[in-house]
Ligand binder design. Structure first.
Ligand SMILES: Cc1ncc(COP(=O)(O)O)c(C=O)c1O
Length: 384
């Protein structure tokens, strides 16, 4: 009954985790989830106010314009200029998305012919790989290893596959490892992509959530980046707007045009009231972002010192909202995640769910209230 192309598609990791949580809760367990990266703090009030105002206007109840409001595209262009010094043409180089997830998945539909290779980091946000599979493309893993600071070793990618690759996904600050990429590394990626006709799809939803003085670059500010690549952004994490579904892609015109062609045939854009709220987020006061950075930094440090207290050394992430923790001796990613859920009622994501190179790790998300995080860490530590 099912199409062949979904044969290799595993159930979505977090849908499975949700199912397990539901089961445990029904059985009376007080489950604490450190699984998904879904901000628990509310969306800042000035953004909510803007949404409420915009909802009252019947004009906003109609179909939104396919390519997003020009005011939103202009606000994104101004934000890019101010934040990264990158000039973007709002009419051709920016496309609003119903959350970046759909754009990432649809990009493969727009760029990959059947049998084309797509270079995907391993471990990684699962949608890069599944987008390629749904387009009958072939995802090719680029291992992210601790000894390479969780950057792909470009020299080690099979040269025959590079020649046949159409897309390379990259994501820094990185989910799940928390690693960051230097501008030198990104320049190397630009060179490789230019030489082989590859489109770099740089996923940058955590650019604003960085710590210890580190400021993340945009791929589009790297010389040549805007010519050979696009960059995905999201308001989900920066402004605690995960449920609102708003993000965008910016960069190379031809890629944006191809993705726009796919999307306009499939969806009808972002609810206009949410677009106005998105403008308020980008152009309004930014102290809410500083507050979130302080909150995540505090939680990150708690996780690191909890694991240090039982002799597990964790690399301190400079960005994103996750801690990538090596599993204790004697456990695989899966067996440790299961043990922690069964014995402590705490959900963590097994590292291998992000790709086989994630084996030997679990991912802890910092999007949980401080008291619950403390309780979860105590429960885990008591087990070991
Ligand atoms: C690396 C990465 N890219 C994209 C997304 C999707 O974000 P959005 O809410 O904009 O769809 C996530 C969400 O967790 C993510 O971690």
């Amino acid at each position: 009954m099912q199409a062949k192309r979904i044969e290799h598609l595993s159930p979505y990791l977090f849908a499975e985790i949700d199912r397990k949580i539901e089961e445990k809760r029904k059985a009376g367990v007080d489950v604490i989830s450190l699984g998904i990266g879904d901000p628990v703090e509310p969306t800042p009030s000035h953004i909510i106010k803007k949404l409420c105002q915009a909802v009252e206007d019947p004009e906003n109840h109609r179909y939104p314009s396919y390519y997003g409001l020009s005011e939103l595209r202009e606000a994104i262009a101004s934000w890019y200029k101010k934040r990264f010094g990158v000039e973007l043409d709002p009419s051709q180089e920016i496309l609003p998305l119903i959350g970046s997830k759909e754009g990432i998945a649809h990009l493969s539909v727009a760029l990959l012919d059947a049998g084309a290779y797509c270079l995907v980091p391993d471990p990684a946000y699962p949608v890069y790989r599944t987008g390629a599979l749904l387009s009958d493309g072939i995802p090719h893993p680029m291992p992210l290893l601790r000894e390479n600071d969780f950057l792909p070793d470009l020299e080690k990618i099979d040269s025959q596959i590079i020649k046949k690759a159409k897309i390379m996904f990259l994501n820094y600050p990185n989910n799940p490892t928390g690693a960051v990429a230097s501008e030198e590394f990104l320049s190397e990626c630009v060179k490789l992509a230019e030489k082989n006709g590859i489109t770099v799809c740089y996923d940058n939803p955590y650019s604003e959530l960085t710590y210890d003085g580190y400021i993340a670059p945009s791929f589009l500010e790297i010389p040549g980046g805007k010519e050979i690549g696009v960059e995905f952004h999201s308001l989900s994490k920066t402004y605690n707007m995960a449920g609102w579904r708003i993000g965008w892609v910016a960069g190379n015109k031809k890629v944006i045009d191809a993705l726009g062609r796919v999307k306009t045939n499939i969806d009808s854009g972002i609810f206009k009231a949410v677009q106005y709220a998105g403008i308020a987020a980008l152009t309004g006061p930014q102290d809410c972002v500083e507050e979130m950075r302080a909150i995540y930094r505090r939680r990150r440090d708690k996780v690191i010192s909890a694991f240090a207290s039982i002799g597990i050394e964790v690399t301190k992430p400079k960005g994103a909202i996750y801690v990538w923790v090596p599993t204790p001796a004697g456990y695989s990613s899966e067996s440790f995640a299961t043990y922690v859920l069964e014995k402590a009622g705490v959900v963590v994501s097994p590292g291998n769910a992000y790709g086989s190179s994630g084996e030997g790790y679990i991912r802890i998300s910092l999007s949980v209230k401080d008291d619950r995080l403390k309780e979860a860490l105590n429960r885990i530590i008591e087990l070991l």
